[in-house]
Write a protein that binds this ligand. Structure first.
Ligand code: PMP
Length: 359
């Protein structure tokens, strides 16, 4: 017979285990007792979110346990970063419009829609960041979810809601050195099962299986294969490899999320390094003979892979293309490369507004 536990305090207990990042990052031997250090709700400050059509304290934005999106994973989301530039006193939302356009597409696949145009959602997000006076690297998490509280698995005849919150956020996986990756035994959910191009909450159980298998086997990340055995992507990152100076990434028809960082890196490679990207299928064994492999995503940023399945990649060191793109990317997202200002939405209007917000 189960005995009733004492009621939890309103905020304290739940906050520590909220992972924030899309793949539910938990280290190899980590358990609920050792939650992530980043992406958690800060105890000491009040943050607002947009929930059920208005701004409310994040600690008060709750859904019922019978909410369809919670019962069945019938929801979609985005993981967005905003980067703080201390010299400029500016917070830059990265590719906000592209994220809301993708969220609109994911919602459409699930018979839902955003409450406004992607442009309006960008304006709302900037207002949210400003309202919370965030002056550090931040993660923004909008979701559209089936909000009806009912049993019955389906996509139709259900209400839906939109929510967006933001929390301070640091590195999600290591970007300084190289990481070790394993091609795991789990396969990527195929387009005929759960479309990977839509960022569907339920599909992240697949990412979680992959990441946990890799980490419990002592690796940092997973590389997931398609049903027919081609390299698809990481647990929550897109995949690139370099062979003989050619940059190669799987095509959008190989069960990948059509990544926003992926597109950004292709632009950087073409414009800054003069390297075109070839989109084609990648065999698993090509990863063993590639000169470079790296993963990329909003959360992961750019993460060079220096070991795959216990084999060193190329020289076993971070390579020139992955390493070069990483430097360029970090400069671009922090507003240090004027040529990429079009990727960024400044949150604070001017330095003067900035100081006013502080007082
Ligand atoms: N694949 C998956 C499964 C992801 O969750 C992510 C992270 N959103 C990515 C790729 C990378 O996409 P993006 O660059 O748009 O963040």
């Amino acid at each position: 017979m189960l005995t009733e536990k004492p009621a939890r305090p309103a905020t304290a207990d739940t906050n520590g285990v909220e992972p924030g990042a899309e793949a539910g990052e938990v280290g190899a031997e980590a358990t609920a007792a050792t939650p992530d250090a980043t992406g958690v709700l800060p105890q000491e400050r009040r943050l607002d979110c947009w929930f059920q059509g208005r701004f409310v304290p994040l600690t008060e934005a709750k859904v019922g346990v019978m909410t369809h999106g919670f019962l069945y994973g019938t929801a979609c989301f985005e993981g967005i970063r905003a980067y703080w530039n201390a010299e400029q006193g500016q917070l830059y939302g990265l590719k906000l419009l592209e994220h809301y356009q993708r969220l609109a597409r994911s919602a459409r696949v699930l018979f839902m829609e955003l409450p406004g145009t992607p442009e309006e959602m960008v304006t709302l997000t900037v207002e949210l960041l400003r309202r919370n006076d965030l002056r550090e690297d931040t993660y923004v998490r909008p979701s559209v979810y089936k909000s009806t509280e009912a049993i019955g698995v389906r996509l139709h005849r259900l209400e839906h809601e939109f929510v967006v919150f933001c929390v301070p956020f640091g590195d999600y996986i290591d970007t300084s050195g190289g990481i070790s990756a394993q091609t795991v035994s789990w396969r990527r959910n195929s387009d005929v099962a759960i479309p990977a191009r839509a960022k569907i909450v339920g599909a992240y159980a697949n990412s979680a299986f992959a990441k946990t298998e890799a980490q419990l086997n002592g690796h940092d990340e997973a590389i997931v294969l398609t049903q027919d055995g081609h390299a698809s992507e990481g647990s929550a990152e897109n995949l690139f490899m370099v062979r003989d100076g050619v940059l190669i990434t799987p095509p959008v028809t190989d069960d990948i999320l059509e990544g926003i960082t992926r597109t950004a890196l292709m632009e950087l490679a073409r414009r800054e390094l003069g390297v075109e990207t070839v989109e084609r299928q990648i065999d698993r064994s090509e990863l063993y003979i590639a000169d470079e492999v790296f993963l990329c995503g909003t959360g992961a940023q750019i993460s060079p892979v220096t070991r795959v399945d216990h084999r060193p990649v190329g020289s076993g060191e971070v390579g020139p293309i992955g390493g070069g793109l990483r430097e360029l990317y970090f400069d671009a997202v922090r507003g240090r490369l004027p040529a990429y200002a079009h990727w960024l939405t400044p949150v604070y209007e001017t330095a003067r507004d900035d100081s006013r917000a502080r007082t």
